[in-house]
Design a protein around this ligand. Sequence first.
Ligand code: PAF
Length: 289
Amino acid sequence: MTTPALPVVTTVIDLRETVGAWKKQGLTVGFVPTMGALHEGHLTLVREAGQQADRVVASVFVNPTQFAAHEDLGTYPRQEVLDAELLASAGCHLMFAPTTDEMYPEGFSTGVSVGGPSEGLETDFRPHFFSGVAVVVAKLLNQVQADVAVFGEKDYQQLMVVRRMTLDLDIPTRIVGAPTQRDGHGLALSSRNAYLSEDEIAVARRLNGVLAQAGANAAAGGSVAEIEAQAARSLLEAGFAMVDYVAIRQAGSLAVFEGDQVDTPGRILAAAWLGKTRLIDNMAVAAVG
Ligand code: PAF
């Protein structure tokens, strides 16, 4: 049996008309924001939204404000027709695919700046990133007005920033984090994996193991600083060209562990380069004891 075609809207007026009609019928609405180039990881988020709400909206918008001039905005993979088919197959009810002009019309002048969990890590290497994410996610949440929105833990710092922002700005949509989907060798699924050669994929698959070992060492009581440094060396030895960071932080706030030990639940996060591709990954670290 073929999946029926997915309705696609490109304007906020049309989006609100459909969502408004659902709400009038007493239906709840779930939302999954994406930049397209969908893979199984995104589809898991859509299925999760379908568990949490009666209707699911997914947005597909490659957000220019979260890319720096030298980054891959121009080459970011785009496949809207296939994305609509994949979303339909995962139980999505509506795709919102706005143009850049719809999201950022002439004269657009507003920024959203989140402190706390956005400090350090990604921000040290991509200083523009979270202001771009925060503004587009704030807009999307206001546009869709969903009851619940699902974000992947793959972008763990982003999830923490979105949680902080919705709390601080009284945005009523409930934010749910969904576990990272991995291939059979532990590589976190990512649209940017499409850039990797076969040899690079073999190296990329080592990232998850290095983080798991480092997390286990930290949970066993090792020095956070020493474990971070050792994990970065292991990534270089595994074949990564450069390591932006390996960091073990407090799971909720992403604050550093002042005492150099994981004394409350933690998270290990890393970003490293293979050729021109930057990979990120993270996982939970149990508290010592
Ligand atoms: O995680 C992403 O794909 C993007 O950062 C998001 C949340 C869709 C905002 O553009």
